[in-house]
Design a protein around this ligand. Sequence first.
Ligand SMILES: C[S@@+](CC[C@H](N)C(=O)[O-])C[C@H]1O[C@@H](n2cnc3c(N)ncnc32)[C@H](O)[C@@H]1O
Length: 221
Amino acid sequence: MDESLIEKQNGNFANTVLPAVVDSSKKYSVIYADPAWSHYNDMTVSVEQNKAKDFISRNPYPVMSSSDIKALPIKNIADENCILFIWTTDYHLSRCCEVIKEWGFEYKTVGFVWQKLNKQNKPVCFMGNYTLKSGVEICLLATKGKGAAKLVKKRNVRSLVQSQREAHSKKPDEVRNRIVELCGDIPRVELFARQKYEGWDAWGNEVEESINLEKSANNGR
Ligand SMILES: C[S@@+](CC[C@H](N)C(=O)[O-])C[C@H]1O[C@@H](n2cnc3c(N)ncnc32)[C@H](O)[C@@H]1O
């Protein structure tokens, strides 16, 4: 791994430790993001902090504050016309709308609602310790550019996804499939990805091959 490259990328985001980085000056028509929101607060927690024994707010992975999420140079990888699908927690909904705006997009609608099921295919209803107990997660749809509506090729794709919970924070693969069904085979990238899927570029600190947001940013200026 190229240490200087990692250092450069770490410069902007304290907790970013990127794996193998692939150069990319590509622009994407679809951006699918599952930000590492922190849990019931709004802070950046680095890998090191998260591992520290006495750290109060432990998360299953490093997390980012909404300001750090906003600061990601997404404008530089988004094509002139682009659709953004972005997962939010109920707690961070208003912050997610700010992120959408800051990344250069306009909120349009709720893209997907994931109803989590347990192993018996019964709705899971014990998440959330703030007020109500929720069993769903939502993924907002936002667009950029006057021609973005034309990126939607099918009008019969459903927003409700009902599927069993898998690993912590893992979203159903079905959502990725439905995005392709909706928009067709156009340049697309998954942000905060854990795995690289066929047809998708990826960015994230756990994925084996990540695009370089900074490099894309420089190319975009
Ligand atoms: C909510 S999880 C994504 C889960 C994924 N969508 C799935 O279905 O498995 C957020 C991911 O962002 C990663 N992450 C946290 N901070 C990051 C950073 N600064 N740069 C890149 N990735 C980061 C986490 O390690 C985690 O893999």
